[in-house]
Design a protein around this ligand. Sequence first.
Ligand code: DC
Length: 218
Amino acid sequence: MGYNVAIDGPAGAGKSTIAKLVAKEKGYIYVDTGAMYRGLAIHFLKKGVSADDKEAVAAACRDAEVTIGYEDGIQQVYLNGENVTSMLRTEEVGNMASRTSAIPAVREKLLELQRSLARTQDVIMDGRDIGTNILPDADVKIYLTASVETRAKRRYDELREKGEACDLESIAHDIRERDERDMTREIAPLKQAEDAVLVDSSDMTIQEVVDKICSYCK
Ligand code: DC
């Protein structure tokens, strides 16, 4: 069994930024499970499947194979052999991933892939249900969060930096909607595991968060 660090929390809390830095400092492999849901979402979008049609989504899962690999230490997602990593981070794909991740067939599809990655190597895995469901015996569990306002502002700054037009209010609205969906779904909802450490990054720098999480890890 590898050494396992689970890091869960809402969209925009900084999980991937932090987890990548902790992975580097501690020599763990970083596993981004949201990227796997996004990979499957691309499959549903390509096939024109509606997120409301649970049966069609479940059927579409049968001809999707999601795998991951690493290039220069950066996680790549392959959908039926095609590297789709560069397509993962759009709002359209994120929303499709959030909606379809509530469907049991979608979660079942990715569960074994996630568990098998943690079985043999030291990983820091980020997602929504890692500490509660995927790796209930993880050595360290972190619930990383920040206020909606902070998360919206971070996303706004990120988009502005890329030169994309955006509106702070509508970003905050999307974040609230995504939180609501991820936290209230019936299967594997986002919630803090009982034995997870709560880290609120609203008033912390990236380095402070990294140091805090590293202090819990071997
Ligand atoms: O972390 P992210 O924004 O890339 O994740 C995209 C969506 O995937 C998110 O809205 C909910 C879903 N997800 C999930 O249900 N379980 C996970 N372990 C990771 C992501």
